[in-house]
Ligand binder design. Sequence first.
Ligand SMILES: O=P(O)(O)OC[C@H]1O[C@](O)(COP(=O)(O)O)[C@@H](O)[C@@H]1O
Ligand SMILES: [Mn+2]
Length: 639
Amino acid sequence: MEEQNKYLDLLYKQYKNKENIISEIINLKAIQNLPKGTEHFVSDLHGEFNAFQHLLRNGSGNVKEKINDVFNNELTDKEKQILASLIYYPEQKLKHIEKLIDTNWYRQTIDQLIRLIKFSASKYTRSKLRKSLPKRFSYIIEELLYQVKTNTDKKEYYNQIISDVLTLKQGNALIIDLCYTIQRLVIDHLHVVGDIYDRGPEPDKIIDALIDYHSVDIQWGNHDIIWIGAAAGSPLCMMNIIRISARYNNLDIIEDTYGINLRPLLTYAEKYYLDNEAFRPKPTPETYSSKEELLETTKMHQAAAILQFKLEEQLVQRRPEFDMDHRKLLSHTNFDQLTVSIKGKEHPLTNTCFMTVNPDKPSVLTPEEEEIIERLMQNFIHSEKLKRHTDFLVKKGNMYLVYNDNLLIHGCVPLNKDGSLKEFKLTDGSYKGKELLDFFETSLRKAYTCPETYDDFNTDLLWYLWSGENSSLFGKKEMTTFERYFIEDKSTHIEEKNAYYTLRENEETISFILSEFGLYKDDSHLINGHTPVKEIKGETPIKAGGKMLVIDGGFSKPYQKTTGIAGYTLLYNSYGMQLVAHKPFSSVEEVILQNDDIVSIKRIVDRPVERKYVRDTTIGSSLQGQINDLTKLLNYLPY
Ligand SMILES: O=P(O)(O)OC[C@H]1O[C@](O)(COP(=O)(O)O)[C@@H](O)[C@@H]1O
Ligand SMILES: [Mn+2]
């Protein structure tokens, strides 16, 4: 009781008088009765910044939808398309049509944009709208927004405002701000369901865009974990990201973007490695300035792979509880015969590059390698930009998220074949289901705080999250990286998926998992990224009677051949959920010149019987908490 009174006294200090408390209660109750804001779900962005920023700009087709709603029969399809591309890329579009536009165009366009803002903001309070307005024209925009068409005196006044804006040559600036306001208003909150990093060229730009975004959360993907791992002082995670970056010809991200000096690694690689077909970077020929550059990358790719395999054997050795002995493939290699023994079968090795491996002690690093790893590790830990980016990932990210009655997880919840939760047994305890994911998250946060310790349990667990059998982010039995480089027999490349991936087709399985995370309602969903949905092969992203949604459609360009599309995203507004399929993004120029968009095909996932309001959401419950506290405070006050 005393505690509660103390709390109420404190709360009172914030509001100062009864009138303020009452007006806050009224305000909060009004918000509760607004329709729920639109959530936007994206995943597996894999460094494809251009495609990603296009989605932010068009709100996965939401901007177009608003244009259709407001200008239904008033504008032709072509006019709507032009207006849409102006809203997506206002600066570039204005430049492109510069010679064609006059005062009339400005007046008409400003009017259209204001009408769109009004329509898109109808779900928000005035105060929230005000906060969304750009600073430089906020006063003018507010005047224009709240104009009453019928009042002739006022009409004159608004016309005057626009004339002044145009005379002062501020027309473009105002239009640009109005366009960005629309982009901002059509999406209330963004969820990134993992895998921002790797394969594509500009993950850093994605993170910068997310840092600036008005409301976002992240569920970590396995590819994000290895970057967090590198910043957390895991040499193995670091070597893996160098290897992947070399494989996709993206070493620039490490060198130029994050300012990490790869020279020592290059000098070392030049000394030991030759050209090797299996290690040539994935083909993006236009980005090679020369044959020498291609060769350098091929050599570094081999160096990073071999160092990764050595470090991996050491980790497996010191962590018997990870049960990864079968991954010590260097130890299972016969370096005379050039064969490797896997699951009792000998396989010939091709394209080998074991020049620095001591056959008697294959996991031992040479002193030169030790020194290179230490230097690189220090560079990674002390890269200011990398730290800013991984800090953001750690701050805004989680292993999973329960939000508005949905469960968001990048990979899976590991299951046994019979559908029960799969247990991860460790020396100090065993974990499954929600507890397992919580355990992973706690360990990750601990590892991240001590980057200078390289081989403690928590840091090693980051590697386990990348490739361990019980990792909720990997979801497969083992990662066959070694086999993919050195063995021709493709059957050894297969990575067996956890039972989850077949069982998630069943509604009972999904309901069971949702209940493990405290979700019992009929309209809850489980949302995953991670596994590309192969539309070409007839796979569907909507599973388990609509309770399970997989939104990895592969933004990753190198993966588009296998998926047949460029990605799925999900929209969840007050009327329900819609899955959006996107065609590959061509280029910003294409959008501006042809007014072409990535055609989005929408599929309604479900339409609840009743419209959802803020009071039905996660934020709504916290607002209700505040309303309850303030009501208590009112009753507590003596007068
Ligand atoms: O196509 P690549 O570059 O060989 O990568 C394949 C590897 O990527 C993985 O699929 C993990 O990445 P994803 O999370 O994008 O699926 C591994 O399971 C696999 O070994
Ligand atoms: Mn993934």
